[in-house]
Write a protein that binds this ligand. Structure first.
Ligand SMILES: C[S@@+](CC[C@H](N)C(=O)[O-])C[C@H]1O[C@@H](n2cnc3c(N)ncnc32)[C@H](O)[C@@H]1O
Length: 449
């Protein structure tokens, strides 16, 4: 296995000066070209190549190891700090420090951290949170590669990574150990913290042969207190340009309700979800959807999720909004009935997190069903139903961009000003189809305003 050279002495974890420097780097390099054992390579290659998130079907661990050189770095974000251990090529591509501005959180947090029955600590809404409301933004406290191509024990690397933080940040990070993976009995406390709390964050990688995998492990001190649910009411998005995570409500969250995110794909059947949680995180899911009393409730939930998966799959035979607008042979209520059924299933199963805007799931061109229903009713010139659905769409975006409420109010008071108003009536009645493309989402209409 490649050996490791540490070119600089580690600094003491408590040295105050470590807080301020962006340039503090220590290199760890693979100095030998000796191959790792074949069985190790085969096992890792299989794991990485078959992982859909990593998107590395031709990954070769032996080459990966041979080309690695790592650097440690400590970043200062004012209130927050971040210790990174990255491939030197990835480190060089980190965004400009000025774009990684401090997170802009409200002075008064809109959540509390407290006991969550059977799950340790959890994050709870301090007041009602709206669908689409930003709950918090934060920088990671540590970031490291998903796969480290060095023969050093992981525990040593993580210990070094953690100990570069200032004492307060280090203590907060170590406090996460209480929630760490129970199944990782032989792992160090550092590995357990990484395993139980890290989220997958993508970083820019150099465009070269044997580049580092883009997905890395990032720990976020506040978001780490968010428990998993198979019907989560919040989502998190990572922005590699600002080097920060945003936690957002995906439906209304009542005051005092727990804020939850998905650790795994929530549309899988119950047994597969629980197995995946157990295998990846080592705990038994105690969420609402995994603790039904009756067998029939589990079956009902599985059938609903299967039905949604089918609606989102490429086998789904539903036409696009544009096609439906221009094709008289399709019934007027074709999309409306299908979208209402999916929306009903989404609400019943708490899967709003999967009903996101276009582009978030390119494989599903449906976008948000509420948007789609408002558009269908608008295209049919059905004033009453259009007003009902466009008001729901507006309410769901209320806190996102207040300036957009002008557009919604205009559409509500004068539906014929809605950009696709009467499109199906006009085009199917012999009108001109030009111009309909490009207006297939309310988001695009709002962008044009
Ligand atoms: C990222 S931490 C979440 C915060 C944690 N509860 C705490 O006290 O800090 C992940 C750990 O929380 C617990 N957890 C999260 N979601 C859970 C769920 N749905 N059911 C049971 N335990 C859960 C597990 O112990 C898991 O290892």
């Amino acid at each position: 296995m490649p050996s490791v050279q540490q070119s600089t002495r580690r600094r003491s974890s408590a040295t105050p000066s470590t807080k301020s420097s962006l340039k503090s780097k220590v290199a760890l390099e693979s100095s030998s070209v000796e191959r790792p054992p074949l069985d190790v390579c085969a096992e890792i290659n299989h794991r990485i190549r078959s992982n859909e998130t990593l998107r590395a079907p031709r990954f070769d661990f032996a080459h990966h190891v041979r080309h690695r050189s790592y650097v440690f770095r400590l970043m200062d974000f004012g209130e927050e700090e971040c210790s990174t251990f990255l491939d030197a090529g990835v480190d060089a591509l980190l965004p400009d420090r000025s774009r990684m501005a401090s997170s802009s959180n409200p002075l008064k947090p809109n959540f509390d951290i407290r006991e969550s029955k059977g799950k340790g600590l959890g994050m709870f809404a301090r007041r009602e949170l709206y669908d689409g409301e930003v709950i918090l933004q934060e920088h990671p406290v540590v970031v490291s590669p998903y796969l480290i191509g060095l023969s050093m024990p992981l525990a040593d690397i993580y210990a070094d990574l953690f100990k570069r933080l200032s004492r307060p940040a280090y203590s907060e990070l170590m406090a996460l150990s209480k929630s760490s993976c129970p199944s990782l009995k032989d792992a160090s406390v550092y590995e357990s913290i990484m395993r139980a709390n890290a989220l997958g964050v993508a970083l820019n990688v150099p465009n070269v042969d044997h580049a580092e995998l883009a997905i890395h492990r990032g720990i976020f001190l506040k978001t780490s207190r968010c428990n998993h649910s198979c019907g989560p009411n919040a989502k998190w998005d990572w922005d590699m340009n600002t080097f920060s995570l945003t936690l957002t409500a995906v439906r209304t969250i009542a005051k005092g309700q727990e804020i939850t995110i998905p650790y795994i794909a929530p549309d899988l059947p119950g047994a597969a979800r629980r197995a995946s949680i157990q295998q990846q995180y080592g705990f038994e899911c105690q969420c609402y959807h995994c603790t039904y009393k009756l067998e029939e409730d589990f079956n009902h939930s599985d059938m609903a999720r299967e039905s949604l998966r089918r609606a989102w799959s490429s086998d789904c035979k539903l036409p696009s909004f544009e096609k439906w607008c221009t094709e008289p042979a399709y019934p007027d209520d074709l999309l409306i009935n299908a979208y209402k059924r999916s929306l009903h299933l989404i609400e019943a199963e708490g899967l709003e997190v999967l009903d996101l805007g276009p582009g978030e799931h390119p494989e599903r061109d449906v976008g948000r069903y509420k948007d789609a229903l408002a558009m269908c009713y608008g295209a049919l010139e059905d004033t009453e139903n259009f007003r009902i659905w466009i008001a729901r769409v507006r309410d769901g975006r209320m806190t996102k961009k207040p300036t957009q409420s002008l557009a919604f109010n205009k559409w509500l008071s004068n539906p014929s000003s809605f950009p696709v108003w009467g499109w199906r009536r006009a085009v199917c009645g012999g009108g001109d189809a030009n111009g309909i493309h490009g207006l297939s989402a309310i988001e695009k209409m709002l962008d044009c305003i």
